[in-house]
Design a protein around this ligand. Structure first.
Ligand code: GLY
Length: 368
C-alpha cells in the first residue's frame, strides 16, 4: 500500500493538500465563545445568516485558482464536502442557530506524521465541521494502511466551558490586552479545548498558542497524545484576540520564523529558539489598513502564507511588503489573489491543510 499521509512540519516540499471551499458558509449567531472574539467596532457584530451568493462565488473563484496554481506545480489538491451549514444544530446541552463553513481546513484538521487529527474546536458553531473532511479522511484511511484517523474528545461546550460575562462590549483595548497578558481568556479549564490552527509543527516539537481557542487542558491533551513529541505552550500578549497562531508566528524554513511585531514572543519564551540557532524576524507591515468587510481576522493575514518548500512561498498578491520581505529573505514568492476569500476563514495557510509533505520527523531543537 502507498503512503498517502505524511507531514511533519510547515515547510518540507508539499505534494498533497486539502483546500477549503466557500459553499454555504454562514455567519453564525453569537455564542459564548464568539462574544469575546468579535471586536466592538466590527461590522460582524450582530450579524448572522448565510453569506451572499455573490461573495461565495468570488471566494470560490480565488480558492479554485489557488488550487490550480498548486496543481500546476504537481501538488495533488483535494476539496472537502460541505454540510448544510444553515441548519440549526444541537447537542443535549445547547442549540445553535447555524454552523460556520469549511473554507479553513487548517482550523480543524491537524496532520502530524501519518495521523490526521480532528481538533476538539472551541466554538459551538464549529462542532460538526469535521464531517466535511470525513469523506477525504476515510479515503486516505482506506488507501494507506499506516494512516491514523483520530478525533480528539468532543467537548461539551456548555456554559461551564466559558467564563460568563467575560467581556463587555465596551471594554477598552488596553483592558483587553491586560487580560491577555494575564492569560485570562474566555475559556475555562473544565475540558480540553483546542483548534488545530493554534498548533505549528516543527518536527519533534509542536508549538501551541494558549489563547481564546486553545486552553491549557487542550495543550496538556496534545502533550499526552503526541508522546514522541515535545509540546510547548506559547503566548503572544500583544494580540487582543489571540485566535490561531498563523497570523502571528510563521516559520518559513528551518531556522527562520516571522513574528508579528505587534505580538512579539516574550523574551522568556524565546530561549528554545535562540539556543537552537533559530532567527525570529519581525514581519513586514500588512499592505492594508483594514481587513475586507465581514471578516473575522485582522490585517495580519498578510503573514498567513503557505510554504510550498523551503525555497518557495505562496503570499497574498496584494501584500507587497510581505512579498518584498520574503523575496529579500531569498525565497521565491508566488503571488496568489485571495482577499475575497479572507472573510470565509482566513488566508492561504488557513485555507489549506497538509496531507503529504516529503521528509521525516527531524529534531530541530536538540537543546531544550
Ligand atoms: N488571529 C488571526 C488574526 O490576526 O486575524
Amino acid at each position: 500500500m502507498k503512503t498517502v499521509v505524511n507531514s511533519w512540519n510547515e515547510w518540507d516540499p508539499l505534494k498533497h493538500v486539502i483546500v477549503g471551499v466557500a459553499d454555504g458558509c454562514c455567519i453564525p449567531p453569537s455564542e459564548p465563545a464568539s462574544e469575546a472574539k468579535i471586536p466592538a467596532d466590527s461590522d460582524m457584530l450582530g450579524m448572522h445568516g448565510p453569506r451572499t451568493q455573490d461573495s461565495v462565488d468570488k471566494a470560490n473563484a480565488q480558492l479554485d485558482a489557488f488550487a490550480e496554481i498548486m496543481r500546476k506545480r504537481g501538488i495533488v489538491v483535494d476539496r472537502p464536502t460541505p454540510i448544510d451549514f444553515s441548519k440549526p444544530i444541537a447537542t443535549p446541552d445547547w442549540e445553535n442557530g447555524s454552523s460556520f463553513g469549511c473554507m479553513p481546513p487548517r482550523d480543524v484538521i491537524l496532520t502530524v506524521g501519518s495521523e490526521m487529527l480532528e481538533a476538539t474546536m472551541s466554538y459551538r458553531s464549529r462542532w460538526f465541521e469535521y464531517l466535511c473532511y470525513r469523506p477525504l479522511l476515510s479515503r486516505y484511511y482506506d488507501e494507506d494502511s499506516n494512516m491514523r484517523m483520530e478525533s480528539a474528545p468532543k467537548p461539551r461546550l456548555n456554559d461551564a466551558s466559558f467564563k460568563s460575562g467575560y467581556l463587555s462590549e465596551n471594554i477598552t483595548i488596553q483592558a483587553r490586552l491586560a487580560m491577555v497578558a494575564d492569560k485570562n481568556f474566555v475559556t475555562t479549564e473544565v475540558e480540553p479545548l483546542f483548534d488545530a490552527a493554534d498548533v505549528l509543527r516543527f518536527g519533534r516539537d509542536l508549538f501551541v498558542q494558549h489563547g481564546f481557542t486553545t486552553n491549557l487542558k487542550g495543550i496538556d491533551w496534545l502533550r499526552r497524545h503526541y508522546r514522541d513529541h515535545r509540546v510547548h505552550a506559547l503566548n503572544f500578549p500583544g494580540d487582543p484576540y489571540p485566535i490561531h497562531i498563523d497570523a502571528t508566528f510563521t516559520p518559513l524554513r528551518p531556522g527562520l520564523i516571522l513574528n508579528n511585531p505587534e505580538r512579539a514572543l516574550p523574551n522568556d519564551q524565546q530561549g528554545i529558539f535562540k539556543k537552537n540557532g533559530w532567527e525570529i524576524v519581525e514581519a513586514a507591515r500588512p499592505a492594508h489598513n483594514q481587513p475586507p468587510p465581514l471578516c473575522y481576522s485582522s490585517v495580519w493575514l498578510s503573514m498567513n502564507v503557505l510554504v510550498l518548500d523551503p525555497k518557495t512561498v505562496c503570499v497574498e498578491a496584494s501584500e507587497v511588503h510581505t512579498i518584498d520581505q520574503i523575496d529579500k529573505l531569498g525565497m521565491e514568492v508566488i503571488p496568489v489573489p485571495f482577499r475575497d476569500a479572507y472573510p470565509f476563514g482566513g488566508a492561504l495557510h488557513c485555507a489549506t491543510t497538509d496531507v503529504y509533505r516529503e521528509g521525516r520527523c527531524e529534531d530541530y531543537f536538540p537543546h531544550q
